[in-house]
Design a protein around this ligand. Sequence first.
Ligand SMILES: Nc1ncnc2c1ncn2[C@@H]1O[C@H](COP(=O)(O)OP(=O)(O)OP(=O)(O)O)[C@@H](O)[C@H]1O
Length: 961
Amino acid sequence: MSFTGSAPVVRIISLEFRRGRARRMVSKMRFRNALGSRPFQCCSRENHTYVRKLLDRVSERSKLLKKVSVLVGYSNPQDLVEKQRAPGESSAELISALKEIDFPEITAKFPCIKVGDASPVELYEDSTNMKFKEAALSEKLTNFIQGSARNLESAYEFHNDCHPLNQTPTTAGDLSISEEIPLIEPIVDTKSPESLSDAITSDNSILDKSIRCLPGTTSRQYRQLEDGGFHTVRKLLQHFPRTYADLQNPQGPIEYGQYIMLSGTVISSRGIKVKSTLGLLEVVVGCSIIESELSSSVESSHSGAEQKRIHLHLNRFFSGARFSSQHFLNLMSAKHKEGDLVYVSGKIKKVLANGHYELKEYTIDAIEGEGEHSTMLARKPHPIYPSKAGLKPSLLGLSISRALKILSPDVDPVPPDVLVEFNLPNLFDAYMGIHKPKDRSEADFARRRLIFDDFFYLQLGRLFQMLEAVGTRVEKEELLYKCKSHELNTVGVDDWSPLTKKLLRALPYWLTPSQLDAVQEIIWDLRRPVPMNRLLQGDVGCGKTIVAFLACMEVVNSGFQAAFMVPTEVLAVQHYEHLTSLLEKFDGDEKPNIALLTGSTSTRESRIIRDGLKTGEIGMVIGTHCLIADKTEFSALRISVIDEQQRFGVVQRGRFNSKLYTSSSKLSGENTSSDEASDSETFMAPHVLAMSATPIPRTLALALYGDMSLTQITDLPPGRQPIKTLALEGNDVGFEAVFQMMRDELIDGGKVYLVYPIIDESEHLPQLRAATAGFDSIKQKFEGYPCGLLHGRMRSDEKEETLNSFRSGETRILLSTQVIEIGVDVPDASMMVVMNAERFGISQLHQLRGRVGRGERKSRCIFLASTSSTLPRLKVLEKSSDGFYLANADLLLRGPGNLLGKKQSGHLPEFPIARLEVDGGILQEAHLAALKVLVASNDLALYPRLKVELSMRQPLCILGD
Ligand SMILES: Nc1ncnc2c1ncn2[C@@H]1O[C@H](COP(=O)(O)OP(=O)(O)OP(=O)(O)O)[C@@H](O)[C@H]1O
């Protein structure tokens, strides 16, 4: 603990021992051995509540110092100084003994010892009383105090006590040493006093104030909050509601398995002893709901809907003699009294009778506060906080409200022009909006800002580091260039290489506007002397492949090489055949040399291909992960395309980067245009173009960390017809209807995919339909229409043959497992039936559905559900064919309780509230905003508050997979 006044006074190292005398003694001994017995005096009290009480209650601070000195074993402050000094030893010697202690080493040796900084205790409340208070101390003591403080400052590089960065207390361990070593190295520009003082006095420092500044909080609450990790106002405010509830929150018709969240009143709460060792607590909550159609968004219209009264039964069993005693059950049931207002969330476990539902995985939170009822009636969303570290949501909610009260409107370090440009609320409004929204749109708007911050500071930190430390002139220019214009940096068609233009002309269609934009943007990147790292994202069937082919032609034309890596052999063959068919019209000498390399390529052939790649004879290779094998060497690899990139591991993707081209002497292209290799380029890593239809979190995280740029294809090729989607129950009636539809489709000349969840029937999963078993029965049923069977256990050539037969129309029905999910392109396939569709994720079903409707033929897709209860989830696919919407809907259906705050599959620890599947746009904006700020001020000298904020954020760390 350190004591400070207007001048630093003295620092006392306090040791806190918890749990057991023996342990305390051992800790004490070890600690003394580590530090030397002097100059520390251990306080032998097991529990320091006395110290805490002192800190909380003693208003006369000079009295405090006296009491503390007595507490740690001295009669008064003078005695403390005298006794600490060995006979004949000067205070300077004492201080130098202190200096020798190597705290980092000690903490490494004894993990139970934690070094951190504690909140300084102000000795003097105000400066007017200063002189009087100071006089109360002896001259000797004052000298010692001032001297020691100065020495300690230099010895441990203490920061100025009033610096906000020094006020983050550490968590107490078994034994804690309060010491003022900063946890994060600040990047405050100390050379600029103006900036520093500005930063320190600015109101964003309130965020990093100890929670002890919260009004109306008891010391017990402080302690609870601190033990739960809530040391600062910022920590509290960053604890976001996991969801919002309002009185009449319509969820559509309530069905089995559905997640609901409602508010209501407790009708009864009783504890029943079921057996001698089994007890049941049953709470019944009555709620009013408005029944309406399943809303397509979180917000829904209430018009034309009917109010209905329902009862939620929340049952909890307790086993064991102790927990099934009537006394215990009575205690539990007394927690909820009849008439209490509560919020309930959970999943419907059983529909007991009309209007009565049993819930599972539920939570029940009491609604506290007088005016709450009227608030709810006004349909103001009520934040529901997740509990953390055993802290009750109600305490967290209350503390957050208190923190909001001391927040100043001037808390935002982000420059106002950035807020205006990117249409963001300021930070004050954002915190108010997320914790106390007037309506859901305000919460959404606030959420946008907070997500922006997550991305923005990450981008800013990363770019700042790049500029500061490793930034070359070229990189700096690159950043500046990008920042200057918000429009796409593109190379127009006229400036494309002759080979690229030729391929464009060979296409049987014209590119869609966003395909064209994408190619122009990528070619612009390819002409840069720094490696591109770009993600091409577009919904299934939007035509990403041709965009990548054109990019490959651009580099091949310049005499460099292109590698196109796909996750399956089927896809490699498909792409290879597609490209070679497009190049067929080219004259011999202008036709680039393209190769196919997969695991099934014969040894002899693969040797020839690898030789060709090494010598530069082969310009482009399409293949599976053989492309990144050590033995595959390139002469001048310039672009690596990674299709369906989420299917590859990070390491696999990274291995392309190690394939630097080592020789440029073999360059054969006649037109090297702006790509002419300079010295710096000779060993440049290849450009990387990753493609994905699924905006999975990891992908977008890479967009941040890997400095990956994002290109999105937002339109579909013309003439595409919407796929008519139906979700049906797979009972006899459902199957009969499906077979009839198949017959109609086949008569009409269509082709049908039948997708099965498993290859062979399984005893363990009798309810699942298998592809091999289906094959025989479908053949019989659809006599005259040849059938094919495709699954992952087949040999590569068999798969290829089956797929080719289906493509050519030789077979009209293809029974398959989900192997066709990735990239299979049969443009005239017009119908798909998915068996046991509930076994697949919504996004996966969307991908599967994307295998039909890839041409101009009207298509349909039927999802057969095993039971009616799983139909609602599948019906979401009937309503939309937008991948982003479906990713969102999937999350909602899995449980809107996970909307905010709580981690889920789509979350990364660094982004507590961003859902990366749907927040990609904000990421892009944050990137631009960070660039804008850095262009205006490379070292952030113009934005000192921003710089302080950046230093307060967690240091960047590598993301886990
Ligand atoms: N501009 C266009 N006009 C007409 N057809 C197009 C156009 N672009 C691509 N296509 C065709 O659309 C089909 C789907 O294209 P492609 O396979 O590239 O999609 P994709 O984006 O890779 O989809 P997936 O994610 O499903 O693999 C192909 O048959 C392709 O020839």
